[in-house]
Design a protein around this ligand. Structure first.
Ligand code: ATP
Ligand code: MN
Length: 462
């Protein structure tokens, strides 16, 4: 029979009843007449305290060999404990060791280990308080993402992971091939002959589901994607992964104003969901990972987002007199230092920056009437910087064709995308949000590599 979850025991009022629990030993303390075991089953932040009397028949050969990391199954009486801190304890009647652990080699003994070292133990680190808390928070947030969109009538669309299109018209994609790389590659006049590759064309892992998402929005109305995304950029930062999860809503009959509202509503709901569903995890982060993260999250959940145009943002940065590494000027792509200064110093909270110069943004963003800017938006948060990038899409066929040519892209390669504009074109808008950056801001974890299982980054895979 499946044992009961420790979380359920803490939440229930049941006392003086017989229950069975299973979990991993965190610590054991022995006294003359009994041992205290702290066990954790991953269901919640708290450990359950087990009292194992020395009179248990297997006390010497089992209980006294339970070291941190060992797995056990315990049956006994659940009791209100006398101690001030612990509210519950289990008076063991039987204890069974499921799997032993070696105190000399088990890396997660009593002493605390840094996150860097734990990154080398991706298979064991989820047994620590921090990583179990992150995993539960991440799961709760993923559920909240679906609830948010589903309750608003958005259709969840699974866009392909292997693709032949390049969303941004830029490189930075991982190639997918079955060509034998240890032999000379088939060639034609222009280079590698991909007609001989698996798909008969060059294929890659997707950098964004947006283009496919747009096609579904132009038929279903409002859609969202939530899936893995890959970027082969060599960014060794605490905010970039090579494999991350992106949430991409796309709305038909919507403009940049609607897009900003959706982004703000969405983030507010995510912050509230974290506070509501993971109070113990957040209390833990606040105490052990980043003091103040709880107050920060409460503030984020309640603050309206400041909105300003790119032009105003650059003006404010110039006016601030701050000594930036890169001096701000109109036409530049905002650097991380500028984004952070805007949200942390100038606005003291989340900011949505809109209407960027067209020269620094992607081809599909709608041209504004001023001839210089596009209807793009970035949502910036304190500490993490950019969390969302979005735009109203160019729905005018002639404008889009011209832009493609201007940017040196071949319109023939985008004919499906152009069909959306040829047949029943509609104004539409959407955005992309990096799910790990959301988990980062909610947990206060410093490095994005610590909010995903088995992080992938340049030089890092295992
Ligand atoms: P950045 O400037 O921070 O590198 P970007 O402008 O390249 O991001 P977009 O192409 O706009 O990113 O992607 C949309 C969102 O996906 C970003 O706002 C961010 O939250 C997230 N994101 C982008 N690249 C990464 C990455 N390498 N790792 C994790 N999240 C990412
Ligand atoms: Mn962006």
């Amino acid at each position: 029979m499946k044992p009961e979850k420790i979380k359920g025991l803490f939440e229930s009022e049941r006392r003086d009843v017989r229950v069975s629990v299973s979990g991993w030993v965190r610590t054991r303390r022995d006294s003359k007449e009994f041992s205290f075991l702290e066990i954790n089953d991953g269901s919640c932040q708290a450990n359950l305290q087990i009292i194992a009397d020395a009179t248990l028949p297997n006390y010497v050969e089992c209980v006294q060999k339970l070291y941190p990391g060992a797995s056990v199954c315990v049956t006994g009486m659940l009791r209100q404990s006398q101690g001030a801190k612990q509210s519950l304890e289990l008076q063991a009647e039987t204890i069974q060791m499921l799997g032993a652990s070696d105190p000399l080699s088990y890396p997660l003994g009593k002493q605390r280990i840094g996150f860097e070292r734990l990154r080398e133990l991706p298979h064991l680190r989820v047994r620590t308080n921090s990583f179990a808390a992150v995993a539960r928070l991440r799961s709760a947030l993923a559920f909240a993402v679906h609830q948010f969109f589903q309750s608003r009538g958005f259709v969840y669309v699974h866009t392909p992971i292997i693709t032949s299109s390049d969303c941004e018209g830029a490189g930075e994609m991982f190639q997918v091939t079955t060509l034998n790389l240890s032999e000379p590659l088939p060639r034609d006049g222009k280079g590698v002959d991909y007609r001989q590759d698996f798909f008969g064309a060059r294929a890659s892992l997707t950098v964004s589901g947006q283009l496919e998402g747009e096609t579904y929005a132009c038929g279903l109305g409002d859609i969202y994607t939530f899936g893995p995304t890959f970027r082969a950029e060599n960014s060794n930062t605490r905010r970039h992964l090579s494999e991350f999860w992106m949430i991409e809503p796309e709305m038909a009959f919507a403009d940049l104003e609607d897009d900003q509202q959706l982004a703000e509503d969405f983030l507010h709901e995510m912050f509230s969901a974290a506070l509501k569903r993971c109070p113990d995890e957040l209390a833990f982060f606040d105490k052990r990972v980043l003091p103040g993260v709880l107050a920060r999250l409460e503030k984020l959940a309640a603050s309206p987002f400041v909105r300003m145009t790119y032009t105003d943002a650059v003006e404010q940065l110039e006016k601030s007199g701050h000594d930036f590494e890169f001096k701000p000027f109109w036409g530049m792509d905002l650097q991380s230092e500028h984004e952070r200064f805007l949200t942390e110093q100038i606005c003291n909270g989340p900011v949505i920056v809109t209407n960027y110069p067209e020269s620094i943004k992607a081809f599909y963003m709608r041209r504004n009437d001023d001839g210089k800017t596009v209807a793009a938006m970035d949502v910036l948060l304190p500490e993490v910087g950019e969390i969302i990038g979005g735009s109203q899409r160019e729905e005018r066929l002639d404008v889009l064709e011209n832009v493609l040519c201007e940017k040196g892209l071949d319109p023939a390669r985008y004919s499906d995308y152009l069909d959306l504009r040829r047949y029943g074109t509609v104004p539409h808008a959407g955005f992309g949000l990096g799910f790990e950056r959301l988990v980062q801001i909610c947990s206060g974890m410093h490095n994005i590599r610590d909010v995903i299982a088995y992080p992938r980054a340049p030089g890092l895979i295992r």
